[in-house]
Design a protein around this ligand. Structure first.
Ligand SMILES: *Cc1c(COP(=O)(O)O)cnc(C)c1O
Length: 304
């Protein structure tokens, strides 16, 4: 049985009015661990459990770590999540809340990840946050659900970190005969590794991540994500952190759902960047969610 739920699909009156076109929301913020990531990570964890793995390891102090912890709990498999000293108390407590072990190591993700790698053995499955075909196939279920509800749309807007979500959306479109539908790929300034790669014509590694949208903070996108931009219609859009935070706060009032700036970046297309949607009449927005920003944190960013 899948570990994700079938999420609501709704036409947003406020976003449609703000964006000047019909905006449909796939509400993956409502997944039990708070983001779309459980779709792919749940599928990967089930695959590894069936294959006999007896422990899961993650090196994400964000929504991927939370999703692995949730999946392990549901499957009765112990989970260790290696996170850097910079991981927030909220993220660590959400991981521990699922009964997973949190190991704090190193100043940055690189060091935490190296320690995680050194902890692997043949009984253990390492769950990558975005670069794994098992994940993309799992993420693709969100498009299956939209198609099953009979909605037709002429673009899909998604936030991009390492590009796992976008790769999954592309797979979902392809397996439903919709490979021609364009993608609007949204990043924040300071985390725009996809935009930089498209501009350069090759995968680029950013020197550092300076955006507050840490869930988009992959310094380099996966090979698959870059390949998608070369083979499909992908519009790349970069928004400011401020715009993303403002979109989160408006979305709380409009839909009574709290999401991270990583998700607010996509919502900001309707609230303030409608030019990016000008060619489209009916846009499907993936409300990817995110559990690591509290309302107080959003308000503090907004006041800063
Ligand atoms: C992981 C994540 C993303 C980005 O997904 P990628 O697969 O890394 O591109 C966007 N939003 C949220 C809330 C996330 O947790």
């Amino acid at each position: 049985m899948p570990l994700h739920i079938n999420t609501p699909l709704l036409e947003s009156r406020p976003l449609s009015l703000a964006g000047g076109r019909s905006i449909w929301l796939k509400m993956d913020a409502l997944q039990p661990p708070g983001s779309f990531k459980i779709r792919g990570i749940g599928a990967a964890c089930e695959h590894h459990a069936t294959g006999g793995k007896r422990r899961f390891v993650s090196s994400s102090g964000g929504n991927a770590g939370i999703a692995v912890a949730y999946a392990g709990h549901r499957l009765g498999i112990p989970v260790s999540v290696f996170v850097p000293e910079t991981a927030t108390e909220l993220a660590k407590s959400l991981i521990r809340q699922e009964g997973a072990e949190v190991i704090v190591h190193g100043a940055s993700w690189q060091e935490a990840n190296e320690r995680a790698m050194s902890a692997l053995d043949t009984d253990t499955a390492f769950i990558h946050p975005f670069d794994d075909p098992l994940l993309w196939t799992g993420h693709a279920t969100m498009i299956d659900e939209v198609v099953a509800e009979g909605l037709s749309f002429d673009a899909v807007a998604v936030s991009v970190g390492g590009g796992g979500l976008m790769s999954g959306v592309v797979e979902g479109l392809a397996r439903n005969g919709l490979a021609h539908i364009p993608i609007v790929a949204v990043e924040t300034e300071g985390a725009a590794s996809l935009a930089a790669s498209i501009k350069a014509g090759e995968r680029i590694q950013l020197p550092a991540i300076t955006s507050i949208a840490t869930s988009l903070g992959a310094r380099m996108v996966s090979e698959r994500a870059f390949e998608v931009t070369q083979n499909s219609a992908v519009d790349s859009v970069v928004v400011s952190d401020r715009t993303a935070v403002e979109a989160c706060l408006r979305f709380v009032d409009d839909h009574r759902v709290l999401v991270e700036p990583a998700c607010g970046a996509t919502l900001a297309l309707a609230y303030g960047h409608a030019g990016a949607l000008a060619r489209f009449e009916r846009v499907l927005m993936i409300v990817c969610g995110g559990a690591t920003a509290s309302l107080a944190q959003l308000q503090a960013w907004h006041a800063a």
